[in-house]
Design a binder for this molecule. Structure first.
Ligand SMILES: [Zn+2]
Length: 303
């Protein structure tokens, strides 16, 4: 199947270019985040530096963001070997991987299959988001992983263990988290956001893998890890309250969609009712991408 999503979510054309530009912040000893600065299509990037090796989590959108992430990771890691893993295949998280020359790239199997199936369609879709995004995607080359694992993989970086775990289907089919059990730090990718609405990539017929019901279960399982610091896909890192807020939002959205559908309301009416209602419930969340609520409604209606 060739994926070519037809729904193009609107982005704020006045936003800064989607380039990794932040300076790393140390959130635990040897654990760094290059913050997204709340810039659209810039992810939070993790760099975990052990005694023997360092792990980078996500690469950014396109070769220039990948080069920025790689340069910062190299500064932090010195001459230690680098590993790169991705929370999921989406372009702003993974399409900068080509810059990590010499690094060992690790995917879970589902993520790898999803990447191969959907990368061309997503590249085309994202190029349609505007000149600034298309410019950053210029020269993208797809990079295959060196290691593909099933279920879970633990990386001993030397004095630090990183637990890579597969969770999909939720936000994507191949979602992966990275948990540092000693430091109690959890990097979630787009399973969790901070003051951004969760993203439902529901683009029928090309991509309908987002699974809202399973996503809720995944958040419940992540809560049992007792993380103290949660690094979301987008927005500031924070405490475990981010997991609770995500769970609350997803369950509220699911129950409201079910309630309104049972009353006979159609998709358009439900979106029109829930948009303002959810914005009132989360008044400090970013409202620039209302399609995130709409596709959430569509996802739960389809389930
Ligand atoms: Zn994503």
């Amino acid at each position: 199947m060739t994926d070519k999503p037809t729904t193009t979510p609107g982005l704020d054309t006045t936003a800064p270019p989607p380039l990794v530009h932040g300076r790393p912040v140390e959130i635990a000893e040897g654990v760094f985040v290059i913050p997204d600065g709340r810039v659209p299509l810039v992810p939070n990037i993790g760099v975990i530096v052990g005694d023997r090796a360092a792990l980078v989590v996500d690469a950014g959108l396109g070769p220039r963001s990948g080069a920025a992430s790689h340069r910062i990771a190299r500064e932090l890691a010195g001459d230690r070997p680098l590993y790169l893993t991705l929370t999921h295949f989406h372009p702003e998280h993974g399409f900068g991987a080509q810059a990590f020359e010499g690094a060992t790239i690790i995917y879970n199997r589902t993520q790898h299959e999803e990447f191969r199936q959907k990368r061309d369609g997503y590249l085309q879709q994202f190029r349609g988001l505007g000149d600034a995004v298309a410019e950053q995607l210029g020269g993208v080359e797809f990079v295959e992983p060196h290691v593909v694992y099933d279920g879970g993989a633990d990386l001993d970086l030397g004095g630090k263990v990183a637990q890579l775990r597969s969770w999909g289907p939720a936000h994507s089919r191949g979602d992966q988290t990275v948990f540092l059990p000693a430091e109690r730090v959890l990097l979630t990718g787009d399973l969790v956001e901070n003051r951004f609405y969760p993203i439902f990539p529901y683009f029928p017929p090309y991509d309908v893998d987002v699974d809202g019901a399973h996503w809720i279960e995944v958040i419940e399982r992540l809560q049992t890890l007792n993380a103290e610091v949660v690094v979301p896909g987008h927005g500031e890192h924070s405490g475990a309250g981010l997991l609770a807020t995500t769970h609350e939002y997803l369950t509220l959205l699911r129950s409201e969609v079910k309630r309104l559908a049972a009353q006979g309301h159609g998709e358009g009416e439900i979106i029109a009712v829930l948009g303002p209602q959810l914005q009132a419930s989360y008044p400090d969340w970013d409202t620039s991408e209302p399609w995130r609520i709409a596709t959430g409604v569509q996802t739960f209606l389809a389930q």
